[in-house]
Structures are given as C-alpha cells and as structure tokens.
Write a protein of this length. Structure first.
Length: 130
C-alpha cells in the first residue's frame, strides 16, 4: 500500500529571511520555486528523520505545539564540503568527532547556525552518487 505522505516541508525561522534565502539559493545552490513575491521554497536533498528523547521540548505554532527539531545537512565527505564552502566565503566551526559522525556548523547571513555532518551510521536514504 503506498504511503499517504509524499514529502516533508521544513520551516527555518530567520531574523533576516531574504539574506538566508539568497544564501540557500546562491551559495548552497538549492533548487527553488518562487511561490510569489520573492517567497522562495527550496528543494532539499533526500532527508532522514530520527526521534531523540528530550522530555517535553516543543515550539509554539499558533494554538498548537509542534515537536522541536534541529536541522542538519548531510554530506559524504566533510573536509571536502567544508573546503568548498570556504571557497565561497563560508566559515565552519572546527569539526567534532561524534560516535555517529563528524559534525560542524556554519552561520547563515542572519547569524543562525546550521548543522552539517558526515554520517558514520547506516543511512535510511540511498547515498548520493558522484
């Protein structure tokens, strides 16, 4: 039986949404559509979802509470990805070895952090091919 779910739509809240949209479009080269009035909606690479215990963490969304989330981009070669980002003027934090992968983060133009990691765990999605 096919799944009723056809995709996921993430919301990234920003203090400077226009600058962050330009970053996602021009620096990370994410495909996008213009939903009108410059409101860009970006296609993301394949995604995974993991559920971590945190007690009752949630963020308000109108009158309902939605689960809190962290957003990480995944890559298959963190040093190469960091070098590519550096060539575009993006600074990443010092990579950290975790038991599940190597992590870093970068700053969006708004100042918000965005996680980036090279997973060392089995993937639920097919790995990208070069």
């Amino acid at each position: 039986m096919p799944s009723m779910i056809q995709g996921a739509h993430f919301l990234l809240y920003s203090t400077d949404p226009e600058a962050d949209r330009v970053f996602l479009r021009d620096v990370l080269s994410f495909r996008y559509v213009d939903a009108g009035h410059g409101w860009l909606i970006f296609a993301l690479p394949p995604a995974e979802l993991a559920v971590h215990p945190v007690g009752s963490a949630s963020v308000p969304a109108g009158s309902q509470k939605l689960a809190a989330a962290e957003f990480y981009l995944m890559c298959d070669d963190l040093p190469s990805t960091v070098a590519d980002l550096a060539s575009k003027g993006v600074t990443c934090t010092e990579p950290q070895q975790q038991r599940w992968g190597i992590t870093t983060s970068l700053r969006l133009p708004s100042g918000a952090g965005l996680g980036l990691y090279e997973p060392r765990h089995p993937l639920a999605i097919e790995p990208r091919t070069a």
